[in-house]
Design a protein around this ligand. Structure first.
Ligand code: GLN
Length: 304
């Protein structure tokens, strides 16, 4: 079945499924979003676009930023990164602290909160104007200047993120955070607060379907080897303790965020973003997971 037909069929089928997900409220500002919104956008490497519903409405990308931060950090040829963060699936929730103590402050992977904080610490070494430089990087990937931070969401998380604060203190106690804790946490919360639409996200992630090349301007975002490795990390770690389920049911590398967004990449074919705010028990979009499962099944486009 082609992509357009699958979008229509899957949309109809989703209406028969009861959404048992719940909006994230632990970041108070995220609880104000309308849970009924739903959008999806697929961009192929040949510049074809397919969209559905609220595909141009912006939402909080939250943990999806972790892939873009990792990409930028790897672009600096940061060889020491893999001494400071692992590449193993955690099998634990995104904000878990339990592994940090017995792994001596080396987070399991860069896509859990602990690992992303270490990546943020690395970026602060390299970016002269971290906030401005990072958003410029994201805008370049998306080919769209209309992308920004949301200070309300960033402040809301900064004021209530006690678990993240505990986590970064623990990592710092092992010497794996070099900057001031508040500086890293501010930067981390800013990056979580970036707002993008499904259309912008699908475009921004397309470099992972094209061996690291930005299809908009032909520039190399990252080498083919590093792009392959980032896809491998997304496949194994992008959904925390639900990574196996996502591989099993969807069969693509991807990344979720507690704003209800999911991006998935089919190398050499397409990038797809879907957004539905209510989350399942593991913190991943309930309908987003269902949509992608049905979509890759109908189109027979899993990588496996
Ligand atoms: N800002 C969120 C947090 O640190 C990101 C988590 C997520 O999207 N899974 O808790």
């Amino acid at each position: 079945m082609n992509y357009a037909e699958a979008f229509c069929e899957v949309e109809t089928e989703l209406q028969t499924i009861k959404n048992t997900g719940k909006i994230a409220t632990y970041i108070p500002e995220l609880s104000h979003v309308d849970p009924r919104q739903f959008g999806a956008h697929l961009t192929t490497i040949n510049k074809e676009h397919y969209s559905l519903g609220d595909s141009q409405t912006k939402f909080s990308i939250q943990s999806i930023f972790k892939v873009l931060a990792l990409t930028l950090a790897r672009g600096f040829d940061e060889d020491h990164l893999w001494n400071r963060v692992g590449v193993e699936p955690s099998g634990s929730p995104f904000n878990s602290l339990v592994q940090l103590e017995y792994e001596q402050g080396i987070p399991r992977n860069p896509l859990i909160n602990a690992g992303a904080m270490v990546v943020c610490d690395v970026l602060l070494n390299h970016l002269p104007n971290p906030r401005q430089d990072f958003i410029k990087f994201v805008r370049g990937l998306a080919g769209d200047t209309d992308i920004d931070y949301c200070s309300r969401v960033a402040t809301s998380e900064r004021l209530t993120g006690h678990k993240n604060a505990a986590m970064i203190n623990l990592i710092k106690s092992y010497g794996n955070i070099t900057h001031d804790i508040d500086k890293v946490l501010d930067f981390y919360c800013d990056l979580c607060s970036i707002e993008m639409s499904c259309k912008q996200l699908a475009q921004a992630f397309l470099y992972l379907a094209t061996d690291g090349v930005n299809p908009i301007n032909g520039e190399m975002v990252i080498s083919a080897r590093k792009s392959k490795r980032i896809n491998a990390i997304m496949q194994l770690c992008g959904f925390y303790d639900e990574a196996g389920e996502f591989a099993f049911k969807v069969g693509l590398p991807g990344k979720s965020g507690v704003g209800g967004g999911i991006v998935a990449v089919h190398p050499d074919k397409y990038s797809i973003a879907v957004w539905s705010p209510p989350l399942n028990a593991k913190g991943n979009s309930f309908m987003g997971m269902k949509f992608l499962e049905l979509f890759t099944t109908r189109t027979e486009s899993s990588i496996f």
